[in-house]
Design a protein around this ligand. Sequence first.
Ligand code: SAH
Length: 232
Amino acid sequence: MNFKIITIFPDFFTTPFKYGIIGRAIKNGTISADIYNLRDYAEDAHRSVDDRPYGGGAGMVMMVGPIWKAVKSLKGNFSRVLLLSPSGKLFNQLLAEKLSKEKELILICGRYEGVDERVAETIADMELSVGDYVLSGGEAAALIVVETIARLIPGVLGKEESLEKESFKDSLLEYPQYTRPRDFMGMKVPEVLFGGNHDKIRKWRERASLAKTKRNRPELIKERKDELNEGN
Ligand code: SAH
């Protein structure tokens, strides 16, 4: 999988792409993540990428021209073009799984007051939001999208890491995890985890996962019920 990121702040990604699972995957060539400076595709001597909004209003809007030029030069037969935007489709684990099957993702990072709507209408295949809040730029959002998708690509996670029982599998949050010490200032690890009774441990984890989901994300359980009913 290739990730191509279009941004006015290319240095934003230098450090995050050096470390951890992503860093390793880039180093061993399982994925590539290349950064493109939008200003290199600007159409004037000042390398402008933004202008005042038609109809008035505060701030600047990113122009369609440089983005069109960048995407045209980067896009291949198998690219999907994604525009990061708070008005996009909400990015979640299910969508990440779908997108992880693609060969190449081109991510466009907005800044300022946002991006000329013609980018969403004609250049991007999809507008993606990482949550119901407004960031100052698409870079942090792009990082979230790359981090989430990359670890779903076969070969990216090592043997020691696993996708099997993670949060959002079956629309539930992950069960609580513990490691040493057994007793930390009187806070004890649940007894059932020491017995070595794998059936009991599995049942406890199922119950704990459900309880935690009910407490922190009750809407996930409702969505899951709706999905199951639709399946019938
Ligand atoms: N005025 C716009 C916000 C612009 S924020 C509005 O009210 O909708 C500037 C840029 O940050 C956006 O163009 C987008 O690329 C990025 N951004 C902000 N919030 C985001 C979110 N929740 N998900 C994805 N990208 C986001």
